[in-house]
Every structure is written in C-alpha cells, then in structure tokens.
Design a protein around this ligand. Sequence first.
Ligand SMILES: Cc1cc2nc3c(=O)[nH]c(=O)nc-3n(C[C@H](O)[C@H](O)[C@H](O)COP(=O)(O)O)c2cc1C
Length: 179
Amino acid sequence: MKLLLLSGSFHSKSRSIAILNALKGYLPQHECVLPELNTLPFYCEDLAQDMPDNIQALIRYVEESDGLIVCTPEYNHSIPAVLKNAIDWVSRPAFNSVLKGKPVTIITQANSPVGGARAQAHIKLVFDSTLSKIHPTHEMMITGIDSVLNDQLEIIDEKVETRLQRHMASFVEFIEQQR
Ligand SMILES: Cc1cc2nc3c(=O)[nH]c(=O)nc-3n(C[C@H](O)[C@H](O)[C@H](O)COP(=O)(O)O)c2cc1C
C-alpha cells in the first residue's frame, strides 16, 4: 500500500513530523512518502495554467496513494496555512480532483488539553469539500505533546504509542474496505 503523509508544520523540531516518522515505523510493509509542503507557492490561478514541478509531483503522489495520513498542529484555532494551501492545490477540478474518494485520516497534536480539537474539526470540513473519504473513527488528538516526545522527538508515552498503532491498523483496514 502507498501512503502519503502530510504534515501541517515543517520546522526542524516539528512534533507533527516526529509523529509521522513514528507512524512509518508502525507501517513497515507499506510505502510512506512525506513531501515538503512548505516549498509550494501559494495557490494562484495563473500558476495553475502551468503548474510548477513540485505541485505536479504532489498531485501525482495523491493520485498514486491509497490513503493520506495528516498530522498537524492547531494554529489560532484552525489549521496551518501550509496545509490548507497544499490541499487547495490538489483540490482542483472541484469535486473531481484526485482527492475525490481518497481515504484520509487525521491526527492533531498540541500541548493544550484539547489536543488541537478545533483544527481537527476544520480540516475535516476542508476534506469534506473535496469529497475525500474521511476515516470514520474516534478522533485522534494528542494532548500534552511535549511530554509525549523526548528531546530526540521520540514517543515516550506508551499509551499514545498504543493509540497511534491502533489508529493506523484501523486506517489500513478502512482503506482495504474501500477497494
Ligand atoms: C501561530 C501559532 C498559533 C498557535 N495556535 C494554537 C492554538 O490555537 N491552539 C493550540 O493548542 N496550540 C496553538 N499553537 C501551538 C502549536 O499548535 C503547538 O506548539 C504544536 O505542538 C506545534 O506543533 P509542531 O511542532 O508540529 O509545529 C500555536 C502555535 C503557533 C506557532
């Protein structure tokens, strides 16, 4: 199975990327790709006529993938612009893009006790507009992220690790059911 991992942040100590890297370890039999979203230009119809290579590559990754795994922080009660921009690029033509029917699962993380719940709701709304198939499951929100990861950005909280492993197993099963 090919899985596309999308991070809502991209700095060198990104907790979202740390979680996505941990997920790769739980999915050894699957091919995982984690593209850089921060190098994409902002969506612009002028560019849409002659798309830069990195956007064409992202669209191809989505098209060829069996499912998308998103891990993102919450920014000001919503989703980071870098993630929204990437989804906007891939979302055309409206209602008939490569996102249509694509299985998507969402993980949010934060230090707050609600674990990015508002970003979780907002990103679902965005994927809903693209007619993606959102993984129907318990929402996967990680609270207190800075005590879940150590200084090397490894998961040290066994309960979170177990939840993430269960979440991935459930997502793989969901993708198989869609075939
Ligand atoms: C611009 C900005 C806005 C933020 N807004 C929120 C917020 O609304 N809710 C929240 O829980 N955390 C908020 N945070 C904190 C981050 O979501 C949190 O530190 C997260 O774990 C960072 O993830 P990352 O390491 O993957 O970038 C904000 C951080 C930034 C930089």
